[in-house]
Design a protein around this ligand. Sequence first.
Ligand code: ADP
Ligand code: MG
Length: 253
Amino acid sequence: MTDHQLLELHGVSRDFGSFKAVDGVTLTVRTGARQAVIGPNGAGKSTLFGLLSGTLATTAGSIRLDGRDITRLPVHRRVGLGIATTFQHSSLFLRETALENVLLAALRRSGAGLGGLRPVRAHRTTVARAHALLDRVGLPSRHDTPAAELSHGERRQLEVAVALATEPRLLLLDEPAAGMSPAETARLTELIAALPGDVTVLLIEHDLDMVFELADTVTVMHLGKHLTTGTPDEVRASAKVQAAYLGSVEVTS
Ligand code: ADP
Ligand code: MG
């Protein structure tokens, strides 16, 4: 399975009016990859994740998961196929507790849906797993705290637990460390590094230390386009990448 391609994007584009936020991106992601997507603000990274998760419709091109065309599948079908996303802007249920947020995600994956609220407490295994996940992401004392009362960093941790509750094959993380303290970032980095090898991770991140610590592959986007994909060393050494970053962020870590 070493060279199996989980994701194949071919000429993927998203226009907003006459503006091309994502412009003809062709890219593959290997099963089990730890692949970072970097690029200056406005490069189209979050838009690309929207196209992968299904929250945004593609204007052109195709997206394949495991050889299957998912370009036009709605979000819930993609969740059912194992795509989980944490968004740059939180999508938690703020009035529900941390535990309830994780349980709702687990039920969504199992197809029960929000309308199918069978007695949640009866799902003993699901509940036990939800507790374990909250411990694992670093929220051992917050299981019964409403999401609204969590700190910013804790909410990001909860979002990761929510994503993992769907047992994803492909985990899309959009700036998960944004607003986290160094300690929280370090814990998150460890958590991602410790994910099972068959979970493929695509990570948008501004913290380049985190990128170069976690990623085996780095994709660089610029002005909606795919600029390059390579090993961390190749990307660090790339003149194209340095040019794209001039005046925004330093690529050297
Ligand atoms: P990144 O995540 O790389 O910072 P985004 O994907 O968020 O970039 O945005 C890429 C470009 O697309 C930006 O110029 C942004 O203003 C534009 N854009 C994103 N979403 C919309 C939208 N809904 N309508 C119009 N323009 C958008
Ligand atoms: Mg973004």
